[in-house]
Design a binder for this molecule. Structure first.
Ligand SMILES: CC(C)(COP(=O)(O)OP(=O)(O)OC[C@H]1O[C@@H](n2cnc3c(N)ncnc32)[C@H](O)[C@@H]1OP(=O)(O)O)[C@@H](O)C(=O)NCCC(=O)NCCS
Length: 159
């Protein structure tokens, strides 16, 4: 698990991607609202991990919340956080298994990074990457050398 760097200056616009997921799959990508925190936590716990619940909770503690969600028929189907594990970091993010490959992850990623650019960041760091090829393909992310274990050292045992 290494970190990756994304240049935000030439980031593509999020709006066409958000429009596409809505038109093609009825999936809406938008900021998560404070009163949706409990639903986000439940969904992240059910689909991912307790660690990501913690990180999503930190993202939601910012004002405005530093988290985007994807929804379909009034249910969460994806999420993407930033300024969570460290300032300037993007992640965690995830999409429901049944909707993967539909462009939802792309729309969530670009929407969150666009918000980071609007906030004044010139670069974003994707921390402890899993699917590096996804980030390379969608936003031209590059590997940060010697970034393992980075901020994820001395991890506590979950039990
Ligand atoms: C990674 C993840 C968020 C991608 O979401 P998604 O909605 O399936 O992605 P998209 O459909 O928007 O894919 C956009 C492009 O990236 C490609 N892509 C998606 N996942 C990929 C992967 N794991 N590796 C390489 N390419 C990938 C798609 O094929 C697509 O390419 P195309 O434009 O040529 O069709 C999703 O697979 C997921 O939730 N994974 C589990 C959680 C996870 O690993 N999160 C990241 C933690 S760092």
């Amino acid at each position: 698990m290494h970190d990756m760097l994304v240049r935000l200056v030439h980031l593509q616009a999020a709006e066409p991607l958000v429009h596409k997921t809505w038109e093609e799959h009825g999936v809406l990508v938008r900021p998560c609202r404070p009163y949706e925190l409990h639903l986000l936590q439940r969904w992240v716990r059910g689909n991912f991990s307790s660690k990501w619940v913690s990180e999503a909770t930190v993202a939601m503690s910012h004002c405005p919340p530093a988290c985007f969600i994807a929804t379909r028929q009034a249910r969460i189907v994806g999420f993407a956080c930033y300024d969570t594990t460290s300032r300037g970091f993007f992640g965690p993010m995830g999409v429901s298994e049944e909707l993967r490959g539909c462009g939802v992850g792309r729309a969530l990623l670009v929407a969150a990074l666009q918000r980071m650019r609007e906030m004044g960041y010139a670069y974003a760091i994707i921390g402890g990457v899993g699917p590096a090829d996804f980030y390379r393909k969608v936003v031209g992310a590059t590997d940060i050398e010697e970034s393992t274990p980075g901020i994820y050292e001395d991890m506590l045992n979950e039990e």
